[in-house]
Design a protein around this ligand. Structure first.
Ligand SMILES: NC(=O)c1ccc[n+]([C@@H]2O[C@H](COP(=O)([O-])OP(=O)(O)OC[C@H]3O[C@@H](n4cnc5c(N)ncnc54)[C@H](O)[C@@H]3O)[C@@H](O)[C@H]2O)c1
Length: 369
């Protein structure tokens, strides 16, 4: 199968899908054993129900879990899950079902990419963040002591199954977490959808399924389009989806992964948008609109520990986008469009500019110390 075909997997966005696995399990895996990988919270909500539905459909299923949260996205948990699969004699004819939020889609996806040199995976995102972003596009990864997502693989799923009923149990904080990644997609590529999100934010925050479905569909459409053009970030276009992530990943790591990914990205977006504004690329009015959207989600950069810029400058040294020791940033040109120069989508930024942006965004007056 060529790469283009591999990127052309089915993506279902509907309700009631978890109860009807026959509808979406590809026939070519009819004789495969199934392994559901999920975290212990999602197991309670949906894991057991999915396993039961699969057993009813006469499928052999192994249900594996790990503790919920970003701190599980590491080598140790990966090895534990793999050893469990080996003990249970999972062979190459095993289909992995990654059921959960972005931690599960990244971790289980990476296991699928390396287990017996690669077994097929179906991504079944249950958090909004995973629905709009991490389940699509085949990036899988774990964190290391050196930084976030530093070990991983590109491993495209066989299908992505978005059962929107799962959103009903998602706490508000995690709705916001996902809306931020959707906002990132719209800010970088789709002004109209950003306006839609601005207008419908209240409905989205109250869990309005129709609005959330629209957000999911629009975000997925953007991600699919970008990935189709630059699956492995070879041309750089896919790096635009890293907007806010140079700073965001550093914040996540510095919080010992206690800060939720989306929130870290929101702060990162504000600092990186401020850099673009200070460089004269982004209008101040656009920056104000972004800040207002996040404020409506109760995200205020003034809440950050203002003295941490020194640590951030250290943490970004391990960013994957670095070249020749320089950190690089996605810069916004306007809402819905990123700045590119000589076909480069990420740009080095001087330390003084980074510090000034940090200072202005957090209200810090003494950020050098
Ligand atoms: N690979 C990619 O392209 C990509 C893109 C964006 C983010 N990510 C990664 O995604 C991760 C963040 O994802 P996340 O925020 O979904 O984290 P997560 O997987 O930890 O999920 C957040 C929390 O919500 C719970 N949860 C999930 N679904 C639920 C539901 N339906 N009801 C109730 N609780 C539910 C989980 O148990 C967890 O406690 C980060 O590691 C980030 O690096 C990857």
């Amino acid at each position: 199968m060529d790469r283009k075909q591999m990127l052309n997997y089915p993506i279902l966005i509907e309700s009631g899908l978890l109860q009807q696995p026959k509808r979406w399990l590809p026939k070519k895996f009819a004789d495969y054993d199934l392994v559901i990988i999920t975290d212990h919270l999602v197991k309670k909500y949906y894991g057991k129900a999915l396993a039961d539905a699969l057993k009813k459909a006469d499928r052999k299923v192994l249900l594996l879990t790990f503790p919920a949260g970003e701190s599980s996205k590491n080598q140790k948990v990966k090895t534990q899950l793999e050893e469990h699969m080996l003990r249970k004699k999972c062979g190459r004819n095993t289909l992995c079902l990654a059921l959960g939020g972005g931690v599960v889609t990244d971790l289980a996806g990476f296991i699928a990419a390396t287990y017996m040199r690669g077994i097929p995976v179906i991504q079944i995102p249950t958090s909004l963040l995973a629905m709009v972003d991490s389940s699509i596009g085949g990036k899988t990864a774990i964190n290391t002591d050196y930084g976030k997502n530093l070990l991983g693989a590109f491993w495209q799923p066989q299908a992505v199954i978005v059962d929107v009923d799962c959103l009903r149990s998602l706490p508000r904080q995690h709705l916001i977490n996902g809306l931020i990644e959707a906002a990132k997609m719209f800010l970088t590529h789709d002004r109209r959808s950003f306006r839609y999100l601005q207008k419908r934010l209240k409905d989205c925050l109250s869990g309005d399924e129709k609005m959330l479905r629209t957000i999911i569909k629009r975000a997925i459409a953007i991600k699919k389009k970008i990935v189709a053009q630059d699956e492995r970030e070879q041309h750089g276009l896919r790096q635009t989806l890293n907007f806010g992530h140079t700073i965001g990943h550093a914040l996540e790591k510095l919080s010992d992964y206690q800060m939720l990914h989306g929130y870290a990205v929101a702060y990162g977006i504000l600092v990186e948008a401020k850099i673009a504004e200070l460089k004269g690329l982004l209008a101040s009015a656009d920056y104000a609109e972004i800040a207002a959207l996040f404020a409506a989600m109760d995200i205020f950069p003034q809440d950050l520990d203002r003295t941490m810029i020194k640590k951030i400058r250290h943490a970004i040294k391990y960013d994957k986008k670095n070249r020749a020791g320089e950190s690089r940033y996605v810069l916004l040109k306007t809402i819905g469009q990123v700045y590119s120069r000589s076909r480069a989508w990420v740009h080095p930024i001087s330390d003084p500019l980074l510090i000034q942006a940090w200072r202005e965004v957090t209200g810090e007056h003494n950020a050098w110390q």
